[in-house]
Design a protein around this ligand. Structure first.
Ligand SMILES: NC(=O)c1ccc[n+]([C@@H]2O[C@H](COP(=O)([O-])OP(=O)(O)OC[C@H]3O[C@@H](n4cnc5c(N)ncnc54)[C@H](OP(=O)(O)O)[C@@H]3O)[C@@H](O)[C@H]2O)c1
Length: 238
């Protein structure tokens, strides 16, 4: 079975087994170099995936109800987050944007097929000349959008499966909050020495490190794809 079918079947099985936690099932998926960099520097774009793994990313998008990125990724990459390289439906685009930094001209806010959902702390004042829905939420201890509250609201709005594509601050926040269920990682055969996908998880001891098991891996073109379930040994602190 080719790797795309293998991952699709595995993911479908994982989502089917996911118990109702009143939050969506969360797939963390991004591309990194062998040394764990997702780009050269925060705020710079670096295409790491080969053609085949980019197609896999689009296929994964089509298997989820929603796709989420941080505002840092929007301001850097101006992504569309659509399914273009394989057949399938576009997931609901969602952006974590506590302080409404989203430019109305961003491609996500110029799409005609779907309104971009902005998860934010603020109530918008005045006109926003883009196609977006503002979802106002409580903040976490750092003043950013609280992830648990965000996932609960997405669940209430019908999102049952969510793909989280980055960037680093968002990946790290989901891991710290123990809110990512599975990981699908593309590893490109290069060394970047740049901005790492996973930042400081602020864990005190090794036993708290998130584990991936069972671990699956396969080559896809020149890239290595690794995927598996995330396990967190210790409960998240309240
Ligand atoms: N290789 C890949 O697969 C890949 C994928 C995506 C991005 N990237 C790269 O990654 C870089 C962007 O990453 P980044 O780390 O700078 O930005 P990011 O993770 O995309 O976005 C971070 C921003 O999200 C907002 N946010 C709101 N609530 C949050 C929460 N609870 N936790 C964390 N963030 C929250 C914060 O801004 P506010 O405080 O304003 O809300 C924060 O600064 C770019 O260079 C991009 O090209 C690479």
């Amino acid at each position: 079975m080719i790797v795309n079918q293998q991952i699709e079947r595995w993911l479908t099985a994982q989502t089917a087994f996911f118990g109702s936690a009143r939050r969506p099932f969360v797939t963390l998926s991004y591309a990194q170099s062998w040394d764990g960099s997702i780009t050269t520097r925060a705020g710079e774009t670096l295409g790491l995936s080969g053609n085949e793994s980019r197609r896999l990313t689009h296929q994964l998008r089509s298997l989820h109800d929603g796709i989420l990125v941080g505002i840092g990724t929007v301001l850097t990459d101006d992504p569309q987050l659509t399914v273009r390289e394989c057949p399938g439906k576009n997931p609901q685009p969602i952006v974590l944007d506590s302080w409404l930094r989203m430019p109305p001209t961003a491609r996500l806010c110029q799409r005609t097929d779907k309104e971009c959902w902005l998860l934010t702390r603020l109530k918008p004042d005045g006109d926003f000349d883009g196609n977006a829905e503002f979802i106002t939420l409580d903040g976490d201890d750092d003043g950013r959008v609280d992830l648990s509250a965000a996932l609960q609201r997405l669940w209430e709005k019908g999102i049952r499966t969510l793909m989280v594509e980055g960037g680093s601050q968002v990946i790290t926040a989901f891991l710290k909050a123990q809110l990512a269920d599975v990981l699908v990682l593309t590893i490109a055969p290069t060394l970047v020495g740049g901005y790492k996908g996973v930042g400081n998880l602020e864990l005190d001891c090794k036993s708290q490190l998130p584990q991936i098991r069972p671990l699956h891996s396969q080559m896809l073109g020149q890239d290595l794809i690794m995927w598996g379930n995330l396990h967190y040994r210790e409960p998240a602190l309240a």
